[in-house]
Design a protein around this ligand. Structure first.
Ligand code: URA
Length: 443
């Protein structure tokens, strides 16, 4: 077999065999197929696409390129959740204890972030002492004992995807549905989940800006899950504005805690409940979404979910008094209000711009080596649909010692992210559609 023939076949729009895909991915992993040939192949895929079968073969090949976690020591149906990434998305921190409290084990490996804010692991490290590194045995034992553990991805998970994703990033081939779908699903399969709930973001702050593309991506991922025997569903949810109010690591932990107290922002609460309800259903602890949702609401109201978060924090050596009293979490030294310069209604908040402003303040990493400041970030005071008058605070920056130019950049970015118009505009739903193996239901 020769890589050049496989590239040509894909360039001409033909379907590759399992063996051809394996040849490319294994060759790329062991260095016998060079970067430039994989780049050409990725661009051919970008233009010509892949069939469901090819996409599933690529996924499995990448999933088995490194360690595959065997979660069988954990009792029960293990349900994983994945978000395609959004600004202010702290749902995992609320979902893990909430779903565990409903009897579904959550053995979750999460990542650190590059970009706007940290990843879930960085956010959890805002809690003093919280250990994200457990041995496999400690990880399994904790999930069996209390129902939930969230740890940093360790070991050699999907090295082929890591290498390919890095290459796609610099060859303009990230935005390809089969390549994104196989990348995400290979990691989920290698992480050992029995069932998977996907949160596919759509809108200005998402990979997929249009609803149709987001649905197509969701379908591709659900098809892969179905093909490899993992019950998979996907919700298409809004990322036309950040989720909740807080963007920044400790600020997001605070908001997740508030959500478990029943005092969180409406959109975050709604998303947590709906994603959680599907996790509980796939985990076999409820027979309908409505029943699962009622169960989760009850666990929030009676304090069980919050107690579960404290248990998880204590089990991972974190200071649970910071969950009890979130004012003990890291706090920035200075607050700066960004004010409105026009009267009207907020009609959009460019999530990406808000994320970049948070990064300027130090909430995220510009390079792998950057140090995150866990305390800093942005708290939105106005969201889509809210009325504003000149001088009203749109958002508050939480700042630690940046110079005047950096502050001005962040302020300008936040102000520009807000679109203010004379009319209130149409309110969009939080969940646009659900995709299962039986089809698409739009709301
Ligand atoms: N997230 C991933 O893990 N992979 C992609 O290709 C895109 C988003």
């Amino acid at each position: 077999m020769r890589a050049v023939d496989i590239i040509q076949k894909k360039r001409d729009g033909e379907e590759l065999t399992r063996e051809e895909i394996a040849f490319l991915i294994r060759g790329y992993s062991d260095g016998t197929v060079p970067d430039y040939q994989i780049s050409a192949w990725a661009m051919a895929v970008y233009y010509k696409g892949m069939t469901a079968r090819e996409t599933a073969d690529l996924t499995l090949e990448m999933a088995h390129s490194g360690d595959v976690i065997d979660l069988s020591p954990v009792h029960g149906v293990k349900v994983d959740k994945h978000s395609t990434g959004g600004v202010g998305d702290k749902t995992t921190i609320a979902l893990a204890p909430l779903v565990a409290a409903a009897g579904v084990p959550v053995a979750k490996m999460s990542g650190r972030g590059l970009g706007h804010t940290g990843g879930t692991i960085d956010k959890l490290e805002s809690i003093s002492g919280f250990s994200v590194e457990l041995t496999r045995e400690q990880f399994f034992a904790q999930v069996n004992r209390i129902g939930a553990a969230v740890i940093s991805q360790s070991g050699n998970i999907t090295p082929a995807d890591k290498k390919l994703y890095g290459l796609r990033d610099v060859t303009a081939t990230v935005e390809s549905i089969p390549l994104i779908a196989s990348s995400v699903m290979s990691k989920k399969i290698a992480a050992g989940a029995d069932a998977i709930v996907l949160d596919v973001k759509t809108g200005s702050g998402a990979f997929m800006k249009s609803l149709d593309d987001s649905i197509a991506l969701a379908q591709a991922m659900v098809d892969i899950g179905t093909e490899v025997g993992r019950n998979t569903i996907a919700l298409i949810t809004d990322m036309d504005q950040p989720l909740g109010f807080g963007i920044g690591n400790a600020l997001e932990v605070k908001e997740a805690v508030e959500t478990l107290r029943g005092e969180g922002p409406k959109d975050l609460e709604e998303l947590t409940l709906i994603l959680g309800a599907y996790m509980v259903m796939l985990g076999g602890q409820a027979s309908t979404v409505e029943e699962a949702k009622r169960k989760l609401e009850g666990l929030i109201q009676d304090g069980t979910a919050l107690t579960k978060l404290k248990e998880m924090v204590e089990a991972q050596q974190g200071d649970s008094s910071q969950i009890e009293d979130t004012s003990k979490l890291p706090m920035a030294s200075e607050l700066i209000d960004v004010t409105a310069t026009a009267d009207g209604y907020v009609t959009a908040i460019q999530a990406e711009e808000i994320g970049l402003a948070a990064m300027t303040l130090g909430a995220g990493r510009e390079t792998k080596e950057s140090q995150i400041d866990l305390a800093v970030g942005i708290v939105l005071r106005k969201k889509i649909g809210d009325e504003v008058k000149v001088g009203d605070t749109l958002a508050t920056l939480h700042v630690n010692g940046k110079d005047a130019a950096q502050r001005e950049t962040a302020i300008a970015r936040v102000r520009e992210a807000y679109q203010i118009a004379a009319q209130r505009g149409e309110m969009k739903p939080l969940v646009y559609a659900i995709v299962t193996k039986d089809g698409v239901q739009r709301f």
